[in-house]
Write a protein that binds this ligand. Structure first.
Ligand code: PLP
Length: 478
């Protein structure tokens, strides 16, 4: 059994919880980890040589590893822990539901109370015009559901040839066969014969990654028009939907120029194609509104959700279905031959309801919109004064910065140097979880973060940027 020391590690700030840190045999855990556990998106051999960091506890916006190191988790787990760690009401909701009814299916003319409550709650929280919810267990399964729904919808319209779904290069929509096909990562497509048929991709609205010869607004319009060009290339009569994240997350927190989404909306309206907003990251307050489409003013037909719907305490995802698709599916559709054993899982739904109680009760979307979002913007975007930073931008509580060899010109590092990974390791070793996507450093902190904690976060980021700067300078990389 693990023992708990009450003192906590030396150097821990005084505001840290006093519950103590469990003591673990890290070497043994790492050995058994690499012996049996194939990690997602991981080079297992390389990880085994190094040993995984064992995360054992969380409280608020912090996590602790098996060595007792505290880290400010600026990634909220993996974009999901909106309400922070250690929220007892979510645990209690799971416990109570497991005792009452741990599982029952919703396939055969049966239903369960938490799924009813959650579906009606989500419909109430969603933008107007959304009347139905389909439950899955993850974002990937939600997007697989989207593919099935889009194609079913067009079948029911008597236009089965409208099977093409347009997505974006460097968008992320999951890792199932459908999700990975929608995702625009060629290193994913290269493994497993993807994408599946009739999924095509256009470029992303990443102004800083362009040649920057145009203003961001001019570039945003041009990037949106790549959608129209693709529709015309494929044939408008063959295109069923366009799917995108309001702000790309896993692709490196790519925030589109203001001109982008209105032009996308104009184009999907012109050709009558469905708009799918993948809100697996942007949903539930991340951008300062319940859904990211509300921030950008778009009117999607389908919304994919997951992650923050339960703050990651238990897996749950799904699709919010707008009236256009819902009425076709329900009024003319008959059987929809799709579903998962755990669609509407009562324990997951009960946890989601307790999570939404916190998000609604504390009005976290407003906390982001009016308080910590603007505060993070002010301080994160000021990092542009650092000699390693070529671009720094936030939107609500997501933020990304680009590490560059020359801040004056924006000249990038040679990707082979993996400067982002170097910086990430400095962060990890200095009490900060910040993710690297190539040479972009990104954060997505818990929504419950305070201004004081943002000060701490920014100080940690500056410190780690300084460490990275002296390392790349001493290696002669700039
Ligand atoms: C994480 C993510 C997914 C996939 O969700 P999983 O739960 O990992 O299957 C899909 N879309 C977006 C935008 C995501 O960030």
């Amino acid at each position: 059994m693990n023992s708990f020391d009450t003192a906590g590690p030396a150097g821990q700030p005084a505001d840290a919880p006093s519950a103590g840190t469990p003591r673990f045999d890290t070497a043994d855990l790492q050995a058994r980890d690499s012996a049996s556990f194939l990690h997602p998106f991981t080079d297992t051999k390389a990880l085994a040589a190094r040993g995984a960091r064992v995360v054992v506890r969380g409280e608020g916006i912090y996590v602790w590893d098996s060595e007792g190191h505290r880290m400010l988790d600026a990634m909220a787990g993996l974009w999901c822990v909106a309400v922070g760690y250690g929220q007892h009401t979510l645990a209690e909701a799971a416990y109570a539901q497991m005792q009452q009814l741990p599982f029952y299916n919703s396939f055969f003319k049966t239903t369960v109370v938490p799924a009813i409550d959650l579906a009606s709650r989500l419909v109430r929280l969603a933008p107007s015009g959304f009347s139905k919810v389909f439950f899955a267990n993850s974002g990937s399964e939600g997007n697989d559901t989207v593919i099935r729904m889009v194609r079913r919808y067009w079948d029911l319209q008597g236009q089965p040839q409208r099977s093409v779904i347009i997505s974006r290069i460097n968008g992320y929509h999951g890792s199932t066969m459908g999700g990975a096909s929608l995702s625009g990562m060629d290193y994913m497509h290269a493994q497993g014969g993807l994408p599946i048929p009739d999924i095509v991709h256009i470029g992303q609205p990443y102004w800083f990654g362009s040649d920057r010869s145009e203003s961001p607004d001019a570039f945003g319009l041009r990037a949106a028009r790549w959608l129209e060009e693709k529709i015309l290339e494929v044939g408008p009569e063959r295109v069923g939907a366009f799917i995108a994240e309001p702000v790309q997350g896993a692709g490196g927190v790519i925030i589109p120029p203001a001109t982008y989404w209105p032009e996308i909306q104009r184009i999907v309206d012109k050709y009558g194609i469905l708009l799918v907003s993948d809100e697996v990251i942007c949903g539930f307050g991340r951008l300062g509104h319940w859904f990211g489409c509300e921030y950008f003013g778009t009117r999607p037909d389908l919304i994919t959700f997951a992650k923050a719907v339960t703050s990651g305490y238990i897996p749950l995802g799904g699709v919010l279905v707008g009236d256009r698709v819902a009425s076709a599916l329900v009024d003319q559709g008959g059987d929809f031959n799709h579903g998962y054993t755990y669609s509407g899982h009562p324990v997951a739904c009960a946890v989601a309801l307790a999570n939404l109680d916190i998000i609604e009760g504390q009005d976290l979307p407003r906390h982001v919109r009016e308080d910590v979002g603007p505060y993070l913007k002010q301080h994160f975007e000021a990092l542009i004064d650092h000699p390693l930073v070529g671009h720094a931008e936030t939107c609500g509580l997501v933020a990304g910065l680009a590490l560059v060899a020359d801040a004056a010109t924006g000249r990038a590092f040679d990707p082979a140097l993996e400067v982002g990974m170097l910086c990430r390791d400095f962060c990890f070793n200095n009490g900060l979880v910040m993710r690297a996507v190539g040479d972009r450093m990104i954060i997505s902190p818990p929504l419950v973060i305070t201004r004081g904690q943002i000060d701490e976060l920014i100080a940690l980021i500056r410190h780690c940027l300084d460490l990275t700067l002296s390392e790349v300078t001493s290696r002669g990389w700039r």
